[in-house]
Write a protein that binds this ligand. Structure first.
Ligand SMILES: [Zn+2]
Length: 382
C-alpha cells in the first residue's frame, strides 16, 4: 500500500500506476507538431469539470471562425475528446489528454497532482503544465530512521513508495557504570555503525536503479548523524536536509516534514540558479536574459537550463507558411514576411525546445531581477 501524501489524503490508489507524470517523455511529445493549430490539449481534474470549460470552448470557436481548416480540426478534436471522456474513468487527481484528429493521435496521462482545468489549441501538444509538474516534483528519497528501524521511501510524481525497511534494534543509551558501561557503549556504537551501513547500501542500490537528485533524513538525531557519516560521496552530495521527527505522530509527520524540506531545497536551488545566471551575464559569460535571447539560444540547442517565472505570460508568434517561431506578438512573420501567423505561448514553446535538446526548464517563484529581465533567462552550454 502506498502512503498517500498529506496534500491529498483522500485519494484512492491510481488505477494507472505504471504511468507517473515524472516518467512522461516530454521530448517525445515535443517532437509532434504541425504547421497549423491542429491539436487540442486538455487538462482536467474530473469529468464534471469539463462543463466548466464551455466558455473557453466558445471563445476558441469564435477565434477560429475565420479559419475553416482550423475550425474543422477543432470541432473534430472536440468530438474525440468527448468520446474519450465518455469511455474512460480515472481515480487520480486529474488527467491530461492530447488529441489531433488530423494525425489520428490520442494520448492520455493520469496526473497524481491536480492542475487547473485547461483547454488549449495549438500546433503541438501543450506541455507547459507537465513540464511544470516534472520540475516541481522531482524524484527524491526520504529515510525515516530511528534506532528501532528505518524505512526508505522513493517519492516520484508527488507519491511515495516504501522501497525498503531495515531493522535496527539498537537499544537506547542507558547508564550502567564502570567497565560494563564502556563495553556496552562500544557494542552499541558498533551496532549503530553496522545499521547505518546497511541503510547506505540500500540507498546506493536505489541510486543505481532510478534517478533522484535529493535525499532527506528524518527521525532521531543519533541515527541521522550516524547515517550521514556513513554516506558515500555521491549520496552525500544529494543530502539536501534533515530534521528530527517523532514517528509516534504517524506517517503524515514524515511526509509533511519531507515535503517541507524538499520545497525549501527547491526554492533555494531556484535562487541559486538565478544568482548563477546573473554572475554569468555580468561577466559576459554563458547566460542570456529576456524572451528573444533565450528563444534564439534554445532554438540552436545552446541552452543548458531555463529559469522562467511560473506564471509568466510571454507571447510568441508562429508562422503558418514557414513555421518560424518569434518572441512577442507579431502580425507578420519576421523570416518570410507572411501575415498568416498565429499566437502561441512562448513558455510552452521554450519548454518544448528544452525537452528536444535535453535542457532543463526551471519554473520559479517570482524573483524581482528575473521579472525585470523579461521573466525568462537561461544558462548556456557554449
Ligand atoms: Zn514565415
Amino acid at each position: 500500500m502506498q502512503p498517500v501524501l498529506h496534500r491529498s489524503p483522500d485519494i484512492p490508489e491510481p488505477r494507472w500506476r505504471t504511468s507517473r507524470f515524472n516518467n512522461i517523455d516530454l521530448r517525445e511529445l515535443a517532437q509532434i507538431s504541425g504547421p497549423e493549430r491542429a491539436f487540442v490539449s486538455l487538462y482536467l481534474a474530473n469529468k464534471d469539470s469539463y462543463g466548466g470549460l464551455k466558455g473557453r470552448i466558445d471563445t476558441i470557436r469564435a477565434l477560429l471562425k475565420d479559419d475553416p481548416a482550423e475550425t474543422e480540426h477543432f470541432e473534430e478534436n472536440l468530438k474525440i475528446v468527448e468520446k474519450w471522456l465518455d469511455e474512460h474513468v480515472w481515480e487520480t487527481e486529474g488527467i491530461c489528454l492530447f488529441v489531433c484528429w488530423a494525425l489520428d493521435y490520442t494520448q492520455a496521462f493520469p496526473l497524481t497532482v491536480a492542475v487547473p482545468d485547461l483547454l488549449w489549441v495549438d500546433s503541438s501538444p501543450y506541455i507547459r503544465p507537465l513540464a511544470e509538474l516534472q520540475d516541481e516534483y522531482e524524484n527524491f528519497v526520504v529515510v525515516a530512521a530511528d534506532n528501532t528501524a528505518s524505512r526508505i521511501f522513493f517519492v516520484t510524481s508527488a507519491r511515495a513508495d516504501q522501497d525498503a525497511r531495515i531493522k535496527g534494534d539498537v537499544k537506547n543509551n542507558v547508564k550502567k557504570g564502570g567497565w560494563s558501561q564502556k563495553r556496552y557503549e562500544r557494542r552499541r556504537v558498533n551496532e549503530l555503525v553496522h545499521y547505518a551501513k546497511e541503510i547506505v547500501d540500500v540507498l546506493t542500490e536505489m541510486d543505481q536503479k532510478e534517478k533522484f537528485d535529493r535525499l532527506f533524513l528524518v527521525g532521531s538525531q543519533e541515527t541521522m548523524v550516524q547515517i550521514e557519516s556513513a554516506l558515500t560521496a555521491p549520496l552525500a552530495a544529494k543530502l539536501a536536509g534533515k530534521q528530527n521527527v517523532d514517528f509516534s505522530a504517524g506517517d503524515d509527520q514524515i511526509f509533511d516534514t519531507a515535503f517541507d524540506l524538499f520545497f525549501n531545497a527547491e526554492r533555494e536551488a531556484e535562487a541559486k540558479l538565478w544568482d548563477k545566471i546573473k554572475d554569468e551575464v555580468c561577466r559576459g559569460g554563458l547566460a542570456v536574459t529576456g524572451p528573444e535571447e533565450v528563444l534564439k539560444a534554445a532554438a540552436v540547442g545552446r541552452v543548458e537550463k531555463i529559469a522562467v517565472t511560473r506564471d509568466a505570460k510571454l507571447p510568441g508568434t508562429r508562422c503558418r507558411d514557414c513555421e518560424n517561431l518569434s518572441a512577442g506578438s507579431l502580425t507578420k512573420c519576421k523570416v518570410c514576411g507572411s501575415e498568416d501567423v498565429f499566437a502561441v505561448d512562448l513558455v510552452n514553446e521554450l519548454a518544448e525546445l528544452a525537452a528536444l535538446t535535453s535542457a532543463e526548464t526551471d519554473f520559479v517563484d517570482p524573483i524581482e531581477g528575473l521579472s525585470e529581465a523579461g521573466e525568462v533567462a537561461a544558462l548556456l552550454r557554449y
